[in-house]
Write a protein that binds this ligand. Structure first.
Ligand code: C2O
Ligand code: CU
Length: 460
């Protein structure tokens, strides 16, 4: 009798403490959400301007530095595909036709579109069959640098050349003298005339995806001339299947946006890893010639050569946009228990060390049970990479802030939609979901996502 009472008392105690802790964390999360409130529009704010941009995915012959490639796939005949420029408030309507020999969809990476326009087969739409047409239509809610690509058989479809950029301009970006996208990719060729068609090679799946020869806008590097005094805005986008670029500028430049979203104020840029999916926006006033290199993989690769020449000009002044990025940076946040945790692991074959694909929490896509989170409530998400490989983790329809790495505070003063994890790394992010829907969450290395490292996250 006596011991039964003690046990009951003990259990009550445990329940009370747990409830107390839950309440504490919950009210703390509420406080963190309040810091975010209304900083970003929830609804589309259309001005009524409709930009109609037909897009056709098709087999094409293209020209790469190494020669003519006959087995590429393109949007509208070129790779990178078209650069679609809009002004914030415009509605983009894309009648899309699939002229590929296999099904596809188009996903608009980083753009907060409505769920039905997100291009994830089996989640937001049925795959678009060969010869079929599907109309995508949305009004971007944020200005910035975004891109689009298929969400079906990405390891093959992106690698063959299917990607393009969407740039949503605002008053500030229009003040630039030169505004240019640098689309970073790499190609693995069999000979001068063909793309190596061994997609999803086991070596690429078990390592960091498919890496080939580096290109910028499908050339070995970009080269352009600007007049002294020009205000230059560069938008770097990594569209590669697996390759990470570590981008170095030879002169001082400012970082103005990451993954499409502005910083509160420009900061001096220091070398960053641009993983598949990532974008950075850079700005500077042209004074001296400049080079841009990738130093992630040796030897370094020249990405761009900028020559400053000609008559001097005076750049147009413009006010930097007002944005709000919560601080979300203290010990309490680091100590916060994650609401959701994803373990990033490989699939082992009968106990051998051979990895046959990738999982989140031990489940490949299809076996997974999606987590459910609540709109307008801060959640802490932990990515725990227990593998030795790279995983750039991407969440659709959302943006988040890195708050800790390996249990230590790590304060990034900007939003991301894709964060790179190194082997063995643990990264915590905070996110305040504002757009409801079922959103894909996956590694952006195409060979990893396709072999299982994907799930969805439901925002209710
Ligand atoms: Cu570029 Cu599912 O993403
Ligand atoms: Cu991965």
């Amino acid at each position: 009798m006596q011991s039964k009472n003690t046990i009951t008392a003990l259990l009550t105690c445990i329940v009370l403490v747990a409830a107390g802790l839950w309440l504490l964390q919950h009210s703390f999360a509420k406080k963190l959400s309040a810091e975010f409130k209304d900083a970003y529009p929830k609804e589309e704010q259309a001005t009524g301007v409709i930009v109609e941009y037909p897009l056709i995915a098709q087999p094409s012959t293209i020209k790469l530095p190494s020669g003519i490639i006959q087995n590429a796939w393109t949007y509208n005949g070129t790779t990178p595909g078209p650069e679609i420029r809009l002004t914030l408030g415009d509605t983009l309507r894309i009648p899309f036709t699939n002229n590929l020999p296999q099904e596809t969809t188009v996903h608009f990476h980083g753009i907060r579109v409505s769920h039905a326009m997100d291009g994830v087969p089996g989640v937001t739409q049925e795959p678009i069959q060969p010869r079929e047409t599907f109309v995508y239509e949305f009004t971007p809610k944020d200005p910035g640098t975004f891109w689009f690509h298929p969400h079906v058989r990405g390891a093959e479809q992106l690698e063959r050349g299917l990607y393009g950029t969407i740039i949503v301009e605002d008053a500030y970006s229009k003040s630039a003298t030169i505004d240019k996208a640098l689309v970073l990719d790499d190609w693995r060729l069999s000979d001068a005339h063909t793309i190596n068609e061994h997609f999803n090679h086991p070596h690429d799946i078990t390592h960091d995806g498919r890496w080939g020869d580096r290109t910028v806008n499908s050339k070995t590097h970009e080269e352009f001339v600007v007049q002294p005094g020009s205000k230059v805005r560069l938008r770097l986008v990594n569209t590669a299947n697996g390759r990470v670029f570590r981008v170095r500028f030879s002169e001082e430049v400012s970082l103005v946006a990451v993954d499409g979203m502005y910083l509160e104020e420009p900061m001096v840029y220091t070398d960053m890893d641009i993983a598949p999916g990532n974008r950075i926006d850079i700005e500077f006033i042209a004074t001296d010639n400049m080079t841009i290199h990738d130093t992630f993989w040796s030897p370094d690769h020249l990405l761009a050569n900028i020559i400053v020449e000609g008559e001097g000009i005076i750049p147009r002044a413009a006010e930097y946009p007002t944005v709000h990025i919560p601080d979300w940076n203290n010990e309490e946040i680091v100590a916060m228990r994650p609401d959701i945790e994803y373990e990033l692991t490989g699939k082992q074959n009968h106990g051998s060390m051979v990895t046959h694909g990738w999982t989140l929490n031990g489940n490949a896509y299809g076996e997974d049970v999606p987590f459910v989170i609540t709109e307008d409530e801060v959640v802490k998400v932990r990515f725990n990479n227990t593998s030795g490989r790279l995983h750039p983790m991407h969440i659709h329809g959302q943006f988040f802030k890195v708050v800790a790495k390996n249990g230590e505070a790590f304060n990034e003063p900007f939003w991301r939609d894709t964060v790179l994890l190194y082997g063995g790394e643990v990264v915590d992010v905070l996110m305040n979901p504002i757009d409801a829907g079922e959103w894909a969450l996956h590694c952006h290395i195409q060979e990893h996502a396709e072999s299982g490292m994907m799930t969805t996250l439901i925002v209710e």
